[in-house]
Design a protein around this ligand. Sequence first.
Ligand code: AMP
Ligand code: ZN
Length: 353
Amino acid sequence: LQKRLPLQDGEDVSALTRTPADPELAQMIEKAPGTVIADTMKCFQKIDECDMSVFDLEKSTGSALSVCTYAILYKLDLINRLELDDVKLRTFLAAVQAGYHPNPYHNSVHAADVSQINYFIMTKGGLIDKCKLSQEEVLAGILAGSIHDYDHPGYNNNFHTRTNAYLSTLYNDRSILENHHLACIFEMLRLPRYNIFSHMKEEQYREIRDTMVEMVLSTDMGLHGKIFSQFRRRLGECPEWHERKDDIRLALSMSIKMADISNCGRPKHLYLEWAKNIATEFYNQGDVEQKLCIPISPFMDRRKDKQEFPKGQISFMNFIVVPMFEAISEFLPPVECSLQHTTENKEYWQQQE
Ligand code: AMP
Ligand code: ZN
């Protein structure tokens, strides 16, 4: 892939899937196990759509998060325009990917999923145009999606608070995990071999960092009501979204928030895979809570799976996902495809009941 980049002027990304003229490359492809390259390219043909499968990308590459993030930054021409050091960027993305735990749900594939749909919302969805985002904001927006659950331990904020975990003291019970994801990443970025921002001007770096911090902190579902009502109020006031920095940041926060729960808005076969994964992680937490003799959190008791899981999914969609996707579709009409998938997925559970 490296040998085929950069693409020629005016060449579309699908050019990557054509048989290469370079004989050395053609030979490498021939020798590649199975259909790795063809499968990867097939996934990437969907990178601009809301039905791309990061599960397939993970199957063919084993590193969906780093590969997907790199491809997005490449497609947006940000590596070139912001003069990002290619080696540092790859080293950084590999480290980000490696820092995700193999949790059933909060793993690097979830981060790739969020990153891709967040990119979709910003590009085809129309957020970049509507907010007239700067290159720095776009870079921050993409990176925020990729790093947003870094080093997630597989237990939620409430669990940390209730067990008096070290992180709950460190962050005073405020957006514990979200603060942790960001702090780990920015600590890592202090090391020269990962510091993709080291060549930037101070204000350029501040802009990127502030945007990433605001976006990742907004993924705390404990703040959902507050952030969503703020968005709805501004939507009703019909502002020129690009005029105020607060509005731009709010719009970017809505993008990552939507992306974070976008599993409900993916085609059914993908959504059901995510739903199974989140249930596994919830029940793991429930098991630990039971062992610690503390009340099992709602929807985390595996003995109640049959009665509660479908109901939980329907309520989550009714009270959180659908209202949010409706409001964002009003703001950015092309994201309506996610709303349609959500309706279908909700109907699936209603039929099961
Ligand atoms: P994050 O932990 O950053 O991934 O934030 C998203 C949160 O939304 C998750 O922790 C879950 O609590 C919730 N969530 C996302 N998808 C689902 C789903 N399909 N069912 C129930 N809760 C979900
Ligand atoms: Zn997440």
